[in-house]
Design a protein around this ligand. Sequence first.
Ligand SMILES: Nc1ncnc2c1ncn2[C@@H]1O[C@H](COP(=O)(O)OP(=O)(O)OP(=O)(O)O)[C@@H](O)[C@H]1O
Length: 606
Amino acid sequence: MTAAGVAAPVQGAGDAADRDSAGLLRPHLPGFAALVVLQVIGALAGLAPLLAVAELGRSLLAPGPVDHGHVRAVVIAGAVGLLLRLLFTGASSAIGHLLDGRVQLEFRRRLAARLGRVPLGWLSGRRTGELAKLAGDDVSAVHPFIAHTPGELISAFVVPLASLVYLFTIDWRLTLITLIPVLLAVALVPLMMTPSRVRAQKEFDGAMGRITNSVVEFVQGIAVVKAFGGGDRALRRFGTAVDDFVTSFSRMVSALSAVAAGMQVVLSPPFVLLTVLTGGAALITGGGMAPADLLPFLLLGMGLTAPVAVLGHGFDDLQAAHRAVGRIRDVLAVPPLPEPEHPVAPRGHRVELRDVRFGYRAGHEVLRGIDLVLEPGTVTAVVGPSGSGKSTLVRLLPRFFDPAGGSVSLGGADLRDLAARDLHRMVSFVFQDVRLLRASVADNIALAVPDAGLDAIADAARRANVHDRVLELPRGYDTVIGEDAELSGGEAQRIAIARALLADTPVLVLDEATAFADPQTELAVRRALTAPDGDRTVLVIAHRLETITDADTIVMLEDGAVAERGTPAELLARDGRFAAFWRSHRAAVAGGTGPRDGAPQGDDLR
Ligand SMILES: Nc1ncnc2c1ncn2[C@@H]1O[C@H](COP(=O)(O)OP(=O)(O)OP(=O)(O)O)[C@@H](O)[C@H]1O
C-alpha cells in the first residue's frame, strides 16, 4: 500500500495485476504442457476403437475372402487405443486436478499475503463476506478453467480434426457433405451477435442487475423500510424491476429463439445422420462409392459437431472463471503498505502532523494541509461538523492510510519509516467499527499482549467497566464471542477499550462517537483518556461536552482544514467558530437531539 490512502488507492494497478496473474501461472507452465500433450495423445488414442470398428466393417463387408491377420491387427489396435486413451486422459486429468490444487493454493496464499499488507483503511471499507467469497468461491471458480476446460477443448478439436483427415482419405466428397451441419451452425453464429441482439442481451443483464439490487436493498434495509412504512414502495420498486426483466427477457428470447432452435436442429444427431445418409446414398448409387465406406462417416460424422457444442457449454464456466479471476486480480493489485527497509526507532511519543493532505479519490482532498502537534501527556480533542474529516485525520495515526502529502511522525520518525511492530507497540485505537474476533473474551482483550495473565486482563476489563458483564457470560473470560454469546455495541466497545488499556501504548486514538451508548461505556472512555502516569498522548474525536472541556487542546476542523485551535477557555473567549459550534452542540445535547441521547450506533460486534 504505497501511498495507500492516497487519492486513488487502486489506480494504475492494472499492469501489476496482469503481471501478477501471469506470474502466478508461469511456474505451472510445464505442468500445463504435460497436461496438453497427454490429452492430445489420449484423444487421438480414443479415436482408435472407432476407426477400428469402421475398418472392420470395411474389411468384413468388402468382397472376397476375409484377411484374418488384418482383422486381428485392427481389433488389437482398437483395444490398445482404448487402453491408451484411458491411461493418458486419466493422467492428464490427474495432472489437471493437481495443477488446479496448486494454483488455488497459490491464489489463496497470495491473497492472504496481500490482505496482510493492504492498508487497514482499505480493509475496513470491505465487508467480511466479500473477502470470504473472494478467497473461497472466487478462487474455487478457477477449477473448471484449469482442471476441465483445457482437456475438453483439446478433445473437442483434436478428435474432429483427426477424424476429418481420416474421412478425407476415404472419400473427400462425402467428407465435405458431412461438414454441412457444422458449416450451417457456424453460419448461424453471426445472427446471434447482431447489434440489436447484443443490445437485447445488455438490457437483459441490466434488468437482472436491477432485480438483484432491489432485492438486496430491500433485504438489507428491511427494518428501516418497514419502520418508516416504506414496505409498499419497496415492493412496488421490486415489481417494476421484475416487469422490466420480463419484458427484456421476452425480447431477448424471441430474438434468439429462432436462431438457437435452428442451431440445435443442424447440430442434432438425426440431422447429421440424415445429411450423411442422403449424401452417401447419392454417392453410392451414382458416384462409385463402396457401401462399406459409408460406415466410418456414420460413426465419426456426429463427432464433428462436438467443438461447437463444447464451446457453447464451456462458455458460461469460462466467463464465471474470468470474472472471478478479475476480482482476485483487483485485490492482488491493491498496493501494499510499504515497509521500510531500514526501520527507524521512534524517540519518545510526540506526534507531529506537517501539512498533511489526503483524499480518498483523485481531485477531492478530505484533509487539506493539517499541521498539528500532539504532546505527550496531553489530550487533544478533535471537533467539527459531520464530514469535516475528523475520522480520516485520526485514522492516519495508526496508519490506516498514508497521507498523500506532508507527513505524520511519531517520536521524530515518519510513520512510513517505522517498523509495523513498533507502530503497533506504540499506537492503539478504539474506533466505531469495533471488530471482535471469534475467540474467547480473554484472547480478544489480550490481542496485543498475547502472554498477558488473567489478572492483567481482568484488571483492564475492570478499568473498561466490562469485568462484571464478562463474569455474567456463560463461560466468563473463556466465553467465545459470536459462539457462546453475543455482545451489544456498547459492550463490544468496552472490550475494545480494555484491549487498548491492556496494550498500554503511549499513544491512544479514540473515536468516542458511540461512547454515549450507556454510562458504563462513558466511564470506560473517561478512564481510557487518562493514563496512570499521565504521560500518554491522546487524540480523541470528542462528542461529549466533558471530553471537550477536559481536553488540553481543541482542534476545530472544518472542511478538511483546522479552523481554530487552542484550549477550551481560549476558544470560548475568542467567540469564534468553536464557540458557535459549542453553543449549538450544547443546545442539541440539552434538547435531546445530540449524539449523547442517540441510540448506540456501534452495534457491530463481528
Ligand atoms: N472510505 C471512504 N471512501 C471515500 N470517501 C470517504 C471515506 N470515508 C470518508 N469519506 C469522505 O471523506 C469526508 C470526511 O469524512 P470523515 O468520516 O473523515 O468525516 P467526519 O468529520 O469524521 O464525519 P462524521 O462526524 O460524520 O463521522 C466525507 O466527505 C466522507 O464522505
